[in-house]
Design a protein. Structure first.
Lengths: 84, 154
């Protein structure tokens, strides 16, 4: 990991398209401003970790486990299925 | 009036859960980015689980073993009110949400006891039904959980 020190209003450029700026510092709290192309997602680390874990769990299912699970469906679901 | 014959481009793909399946290339959904934590793949097809089932599968067209379950979060939470970031809307070609071409789908986690299954309400997939572009987004809502129980105790 590259470690750099920045003061308020100073920034870091990553590659050609990403910039991270220290917008404010209040005690322990550092406010960061991030400029990046829209197709690059930006997450708080702990949210990213949770999403990763949930995604991996979601991808480990097999069709058999859904058997015997009855759920009431609504017309909205049926209509959307028809569009797919 | 000239009759235009549409040639549907079908393609066969291998899948570990469903065997070899034939898909229409026009129905392939292209994710803007691979999903966090999952093997890199941006091309998927959306398959219904069973007739009348609220569950659907996103099956990768590139990796046979990669697939995950999704469902419509509005079926789980009638008051579901996703606050979607402007950048997320615009990257998928939307000026606003709701939009008749916009579909929000929540990933479903199924633990060992299927009755405990949960839906991810905070990081759903936003899909443009017209362009077939999709992205997993993080909603701006403050307290939507990553694990919301789908089935209530009865």
């Amino acid at each position: 990991m590259l470690i750099l020190s920045r003061k308020k209003d100073e920034s870091i450029v990553i590659g050609n398209d990403i910039e991270v700026m220290v917008v404010g510092v209040e005690g322990d709290n550092v406010k960061l401003g991030i400029k990046a192309p829209k197709d690059i997602s930006i997450y708080r680390r702990e949210i990213y970790d949770q999403i990763q874990t949930a995604n991996i769990e979601a991808a480990s299912a097999s069709p058999e486990v859904l058997e015997g699970v009855g759920l009431k469906t609504k017309n909205q679901v049926k209509k959307e299925n028809e569009r797919l | 009036m000239e009759q235009v014959k549409e040639e549907t481009k079908n393609k066969k793909i291998n899948t570990t859960r469903f065997g070899e399946i034939e898909i229409n290339e026009d129905k392939i959904i292209k994710f803007v980015e691979s999903l966090p934590g999952l093997p890199k793949s941006q091309n998927f097809v959306l398959l219904p689980h069973k007739e009348k089932s609220p569950f659907m599968w996103f099956q990768s067209t590139e990796l046979p073993e990669l697939a995950f379950v999704v469902m419509n979060p509005f079926v789980c939470v009638e008051s579901f009110n996703p606050q979607i970031a402007v950048d997320d809307l615009s990257i998928l070609g939307f000026k606003k949400y709701p939009d008749s071409d916009a579909m929000v789908l929540g990933l479903v986690s199924i633990p060992e006891d299927p009755k405990e299954m949960t839906i991810n309400l905070i990081a759903p997939i936003l899909l443009n039904l017209q362009t077939k572009a999709a992205k997993q987004i993080v909603l701006e809502n403050e307290d939507y959980p990553i694990k919301h129980r789908i089935l209530t105790e009865e």
